[in-house]
Design a protein around this ligand. Sequence first.
Ligand code: ADP
Length: 394
Amino acid sequence: MKILVLNAGSSSLKYQVFEDETMLAHGMVEQIGEPLGDLIYEYPAKNINLKIQEVISDHKEGLEQVLALLLDPEKGLLSEPSEIKAVGHRVVHGGTQFSTPVIIDSKALQAIKDCVPLAPLHNPANILGIETATQVFNQAKQVAVFDTAFHQTLPEHSYLYALDPSYFKDYGVRRYGFHGTSHKYVALRAAEQLLKPLEQCNLITLHLGNGASACAIKNGVSVDTSMGLTPLEGLIMGTRSGDLDPAILGFLVEHTGKSLDQVEKVLNKASGLKGLTGKVDFREICEDAIAGNEAAKLALDMTAYRIKKYIGAYLAITGPLDAIIFTAGIGEHSSQLRAEVCKGLEHLGLELDLTKNQNSSGPEISSDGSKIKILVVPTNEELQIAREALALVK
Ligand code: ADP
């Protein structure tokens, strides 16, 4: 069965076409609504790798262009649009309404719209993607898979902030957590590797990309995660500060002459690695650190230190741990950061095998004697979305 997976941003659309669990083609439409847009299309089985530049005025036009390529007799893989049986949408925020994926009907769409205040930058784009795909692939089932859903198992004492409960009841202020599709996918893969059902696994998953989050998984379910009401909380990220004293906001507003809006932008877009080093790309920062750049070295130390603190905290709540899992761009590729994070944690039962770590010959990079396994598991959120859509539609 053919599934289209869509991840819509405010001016972009990433897409993948799956035949059950096999990805056939993928690409993206970027700069939608700009003077010149980019359409990227890759279909490896036919050795096709296209980048087309043209005006793409809106998401509908972008998706229609993708469909035209998919239907092209030479370059495409569909003979008619109805071959796509389901469109799986990545939806960032599902609030407390969604703990599982859903087939989107008018009620579900309204509930996703109700979550817009919680994710004003993301959900409107996701809704646009859903509305566009409903028009272009009108015979397909539309399925929403939520970044927040996996964390809906957090117990109350974990998701509530220590505020008057009316802020939760009236405004929905609580920890929601994100990257849920990735944490779930790598947890399932880790359970396979551990030869145990996920329900019997205690894990700490570390999704370390431009955005980064940690998740504590007890008996297969998420019991805590580092991102909160928004994806700003927690680990040090590409451009986000992660944890800080909330009083810093008011302090900066008072003393820098910046508005609250500007300070929030600083925390989201000009902090983390970018704030510390001026750079976002972790590879460049590692190179700078090796070359002796003090700011880059400090940024790496701070990043690893923050992750260590979360490992310690989560070890205290998961009970006996089966494994720690590194995933996403940095987690999968930076042996240097993994080594830094694991250094000094031997007394907790975490022992890295430096050679395995260096060679990335994973998934297992812990020493044979390590009580807790250390795994590198490449994430694949799109495959997980395709799986979830497939399971619902079947
Ligand atoms: P996103 O959150 O945008 O999906 P990714 O998961 O792709 O991010 O991760 C992007 C980060 O991974 C970047 O900071 C990039 O520098 C880093 N990265 C990718 N490859 C490597 C590598 N070989 N070594 C170190 N860092 C890497």
